[in-house]
Write a new protein. Structure first.
Length: 377
């Protein structure tokens, strides 16, 4: 009994200390990972968070190619996909579903976490807001939307474009494994404003590329304020419904219903593929121009400060003989666009040890591009 008393007192003391130090979110993280049999964030955790629904109205299923699923994947691709804990692998060619395969109990209706693929979606919403005049200029200052940033050193001249291009100068350590770093607080905490607005800026915006989830979350705040509605409803109106998505999706939020714009859109692989096809079609779908070509070209134009590997929301590989650009998520979520072959590749799964030796880009993307082109090109 005495031991139990001291143990309980110890637990209460630790919990109090964590709360006072600003780490109370860790208990939420533990409940949504370890208590669910996981060791970190995972592709099926959307049901454990507050969320907004991204609705569709009139689903338009993919048309299938004449040789749909008639070509078996070769051993080297299968081995790579199985080794990397793949959930789905889809290939779209000439606007038709050519290959579709699932593992580990996942299927065409499964909703899985986009992780950072949502960053490119957030940039898409920025582009639409610019197109509709809800945001006047991509070079608008962030402090025009949130005046408190005028008093932050370095932040007074921060622009919307700086955030989209990952050149904000924000002090944000993009460490996904350390529970005491800002990504964990944003992911498991109750308030995204608390997780991002309190961060300082370490250098002048526009001077250095540094990939940061915090930058895209700030961008999301600006877009939401400009459109005066939830980002999920805007995404539904401007893209999900016009694209005839097959499933409703969900977007994880904090407790104030603010979307985690750096991550966490849970959608089907078929619907992720439609986002890729939209870009292959230069923003057109079913006769409608859903996103302007000029803005799309800006998204997929690699910046000098990123050393030509990142644009706005997109990772870009013009070094490879088969040029491509792509959405990318933390655990190997990809929507890959290959313009030369009119091909989109979607891969989802849980690859926690993602090798990145290709100038900071995942080796797997280039492998899947080159091998898929050999097989289906």
């Amino acid at each position: 009994m005495i031991l139990l008393f001291y143990f309980s007192a110890f637990i209460i003391a630790v919990a109090t200390l964590m709360y006072l130090l600003g780490y109370a979110y860790l208990f939420n993280g533990i409940s949504k990972t370890y208590f669910k049999g996981k060791t970190s964030a995972h592709i099926d955790d959307g049901k454990f968070f507050t969320r907004n629904v991204i609705t569709t109205k009139s689903p338009k299923p993919w048309g299938k190619a004449n040789n749909y699923n008639k070509t078996d994947l070769p051993k080297n691709i299968v081995d790579d996909l199985i080794h990397s804990d793949t959930a789905s692998f889809l290939v779209i060619k000439d606007g038709k579903l050519l290959h579709e395969q699932y593992w580990k109990g996942y299927h065409k209706n499964s909703l899985t976490n986009s992780f950072s693929m949502a960053k490119a979606v957030t940039v898409m919403l920025l582009g639409k807001a610019l197109e509709e005049g809800k945001i006047k200029n991509i070079n608008d200052k962030f402090s025009d939307y949130f005046a408190e940033f005028k008093a932050k050193p370095f932040a007074e001249n921060l622009t919307i474009k700086n955030l989209a291009q990952m050149e904000s100068g924000l002090d944000w350590d993009e460490d996904y494994k350390n529970p005491f770093r800002p990504n964990a607080k944003a992911y498991y905490g109750k308030s995204l404003i608390d997780a991002t607005f309190k961060r300082r800026f370490k250098e002048k915006p526009g001077e250095k590329f540094e990939y940061q989830s915090g930058s895209t979350q700030l961008l999301g705040f600006a877009v939401k304020k400009a459109i005066n509605q939830t980002l999920s409803s805007y995404l539904s109106e401007k893209f999900w419904i016009p694209l005839g998505m097959e499933q409703n999706a969900i977007w994880s939020t904090d407790q104030s219903s603010m979307e985690k714009t750096y991550c966490c859109i849970h959608a089907s692989s078929r619907d992720f593929a439609k986002l890729g096809q939209l870009f292959l079609n230069d923003g057109k779908y079913d006769g409608q121009q859903l996103l302007s070509v000029d803005f799309i070209n800006e998204m997929r134009n690699p910046t000098k400060k990123s050393n030509e590997i990142y644009g706005m929301g997109f990772w870009i590989n013009n070094d490879n003989p088969v040029k491509h650009y792509y959405f990318q998520g933390l655990q190997g979520q990809y929507i890959i666009m290959i313009p030369e072959y009119k091909m989109t590749i979607v891969r989802t799964g849980s690859y926690n040890n993602l090798p990145k030796t290709d100038r900071g880009r995942p080796d797997q993307v280039k492998f899947l591009v080159n091998e898929s082109v050999k097989l289906f090109g």
